[in-house]
Design a protein around this ligand. Structure first.
Ligand code: N2P
Length: 380
């Protein structure tokens, strides 16, 4: 319990380098999960914050003799800026699929030598087919985790204000100004990214979430302005602790992060109850993808690291720890049943049918997103 809280607090508090540690779960022997790499003895990994079990990197180091330098981020935009600038210094990065798709087009990645990733065989072929739409031939990346973007909420605060928690089943809770205003005083946090919030707003308006029509996108901007007075914060990682501490009572955030907030509150025994909802109008479904920048210096170690993460037991340990689903069926079998049977983590078919994915957005749309986002954040 302490391990989980400490590790996650470290990563969110600093968004800085953080090695492995801890002793949850079992490390596979070197022969099963990872091949010891010859030559250089380091791998530089840049992953999302709160996105790995505490002992994974240490176990990889033990199995291979390769030292992991591990930095974290909480924004695709930040990762993309580094990748497009080049010489990021990273050997393994984890963009979300739609961002990866346009980074592929920009020539950022090394095509994967699949012979160096034998654990590729563990990946779900159905999911790989889906992913192939934005990474043709599955040439440049493999899925790490996937998830949804929905509503995280403080159960007792919502009940006190609305009588029960039924309101969390609809995006009306977020997008009707009179609803969100009721939550203003107890704290409302939105992910700090137009790339997810704009499509969610468009979907709510009955528009194509991936519309590239400037006039349609303006409708999302206008809707967001109507609720802006009630948004206390835009942040993509600190909300885990803020929810767990009772400092924020509603977030538009990522599924596993909200579940982590729930678990941290439970572990702290502070009486704060957190839950996650995928609203009935539908929500984003996304995939975060392991890939190797083409200027990576430690390519063999990058392959060894990616291959290690695709080991079913390693993957199961990570998913158990961070409450995100993965794309390895054998790992699902090894996971805690409490997680695999939670419909907010693994959405059942009727909910999954309503989820939508993000398209690769063209540069002019990207500019419009950035402009409207700056305007939204600076003008309350
Ligand atoms: C982990 C968030 C990862 C999900 N904190 C974003 N794709």
């Amino acid at each position: 319990m302490k391990l989980r809280m400490l590790g996650v607090m470290l990563t969110t508090a600093t968004l800085a380098a953080c090695g492995g540690g801890g002793k949850d779960g079992a490390a596979p022997a070197a022969g099963e999960g990872a091949a010891p790499a010859a030559g250089s003895k380091t791998v530089n990994v840049y992953n999302w914050s709160d996105y790995i079990a505490e002992d994974t990197n240490a176990n990889f180091e033990k199995a291979t003799g390769v030292t992991v330098t591990y930095d974290v981020f909480d924004s695709n935009e930040v990762l993309e800026a580094k990748l497009l600038a080049g010489s990021s210094g990273y050997d393994v990065v984890v963009p979300t699929l739609n961002f990866l798709g346009r980074q592929i087009q920009a020539g950022v990645f090394l095509p994967l030598d699949k012979a160096k990733i034998p654990n590729l065989a563990n990946l779900d072929p159905e999911m790989m087919k889906r992913i192939e739409k934005q990474d043709p031939g599955n040439k440049y990346a493999v899925p790490y985790m996937w998830g949804t973007t929905g509503i995280g909420y403080n159960v007792d605060k919502i009940k006190a204000i609305f009588g029960n928690t039924d309101v969390t089943n609809s995006w009306d809770l977020v997008f009707k100004p009179e609803n969100l205003a009721k939550l203003k005083d107890c704290g409302v946090t939105f992910l700090d990214t137009p790339s997810e919030i704009v499509p969610i707003a468009l979907n709510y308006l009955g528009e194509d979430p991936n519309s590239t029509d400037p006039k349609v996108i303006d409708k999302a901007a206008a809707l967001l302005k109507t609720i802006r007075p009630s948004i206390s914060q835009f942040h993509s990682s600190s909300y885990i602790d803020a929810m767990a501490n009772g400092d924020t009572c509603l977030v538009v955030g990522w599924s596993g992060d909200v579940i982590q907030a729930r678990d941290r509150a439970e572990e702290a025994g502070n009486g704060v109850k957190i839950a996650y909802s995928i609203p009935k109008e539908g929500a984003p479904l996304w995939f975060d993808m392991l890939s190797i920048p083409k200027d990576a210096k430690n390519v063999d170690n990058a392959y060894a690291y990616i291959n290690y993460l695709l080991d079913p037991q390693v993957m199961a340990n990570n998913s158990n720890f961070i409450s995100y689903p993965n794309a390895i069926p054998k790992a699902k079998d090894l996971m805690d049943k409490q997680i695999t049977s939670d419909p907010t983590i693994y959405p059942p078919p009727e909910v999954a049918a309503k989820l939508f994915t993000f398209a690769i957005i063209p540069p002019e749309v990207d500019k419009q997103y950035t402009r409207l986002w700056t305007d939204l954040k600076t003008n309350k």
